[in-house]
Design a protein around this ligand. Sequence first.
Ligand SMILES: [Zn+2]
Length: 123
Amino acid sequence: MPTELLLARPVAGSVGERERVAHLIPMPQEPGSPAYLRACCGARFGPGELELLDQIAGMPCEECLVKAPGAESPGLDQLGAGILARLAAIESRLESFSAQLASVLELVAGPDRKADHEDNRDG
Ligand SMILES: [Zn+2]
């Protein structure tokens, strides 16, 4: 069974703004409320030190992304989907650009090539 991951960042004021990155936190497996939560990167958070996020907000914790078990978390899926969507958009722009380029090249090279071809046939 994949580990469920929570996405959370330190509450405002508990750390510097630069350290308020979105950590990935494995859902505690033991029953009852744990004394603290440990993020994938090893950072420990006590009660009231974290705010839960339902999507990536601000900077993600790079170490958490690297150390997260698998990519089953909705947060990571969303991040991956966003990156893939951007890549697909770039790819389709490149495709239409290269199609345009091909038709321009055909237009430029067309008559010459035809003439060459006819010359060769005649000669
Ligand atoms: Zn982290």
